[in-house]
Design a protein around this ligand. Structure first.
Ligand code: FE2
Length: 249
């Protein structure tokens, strides 16, 4: 399998490219709107054809490029869970893996950051979205977030994967790229070790995080499969305009 980890510096999001050398089919997991041209260039340079874009959840901090890439390549838009919007082509369900050529992507329902959040198991790796981050986890204070659900998703589902499963998160804000289940189980400061549900609940309730500055635009944009909403303030334009335009201008 061809595997690439791509980074969007505006929202510190990781996008994952999964490519099947045999059939040339590829999927992008959590692609980001301003980076769509870069991502497509990487796909094509590797001699691959984009068959799917797959989301881990409805994001609040960036807009997906799913719709833009579908328009460009005919790729199918895959969202997880039950509350997916009508623009979606296929729904990811637990127990029904998505086949991308010879690659099998297995969806694991890992609610808590959002209620429909999925992680994806593929080839000894788990793409954990915002459920489990390296030495951290996603916040649980909006979009039907639920600390109790996240605790169970991580400790009872992700931490039961084989210890050597590589953990590829949806974000990292400190330049870290990959971890593994053993490492997170042992030393994740929020969810690792002997952390109890009561402790985790209290910890998440007292993070006092600021209201996300892009959420009011990102959520409707992502519910439209990657539409940049009208009325975007000037200081948020970089979340929508193509990265190469930004670089040129
Ligand atoms: Fe998120």
């Amino acid at each position: 399998m061809i595997f690439r980890q791509l980074f969007d510096p505006i929202s510190s999001t990781y996008t994952y490219l999964l490519g099947d050398e045999e059939t040339g089919k590829a999927a992008l997991v959590d692609p980001v709107l301003p980076a769509w041209q870069r991502d497509l260039k990487v796909v094509r340079e590797l001699g691959l054809e984009l068959a799917y874009t797959v989301e881990t959840h409805i994001h609040a901090d960036h807009i997906t490029s799913a719709r833009r890439l579908r328009r460009e390549t005919g790729s199918r838009v895959v969202y997880p869970g039950v509350n997916h919007p009508p623009c979606v082509d296929e729904r990811m369900e637990e127990g029904k893996p998505l086949q991308v050529g010879g690659i099998r992507i297995e969806g694991l329902h890992t609610p808590g950051h959002t209620d429909d959040h999925f992680s994806y198991l593929v080839d000894g790796k788990v793409l954990t979205g915002d459920a489990l981050l390296i030495d951290g986890c996603g916040r649980t204070d909006f979009q039907n977030g639920d600390a109790d659900a996240l605790y169970r998703s991580v400790r009872e589902k992700l931490f039961r994967l084989p210890d050597d499963t590589l953990v590829y998160p949806g974000h990292d804000y400190q330049g870290r790229h990959v971890s593994n289940i053993a490492q997170e189980k042992q030393r994740n400061p929020r969810l690792g070790g002997e952390r109890t549900l009561e402790e985790f609940r209290a910890l998440m309730a007292n993070l006092n995080l600021p209201y996300p500055k892009f959420i009011d635009f990102a959520v409707p944009g992502n519910r439209a499969c990657g539409e940049c909403p009208d009325g975007l303030p000037e200081d948020l334009h970089e979340y929508c305009s193509a990265m190469s335009d930004t670089l040129q201008g």
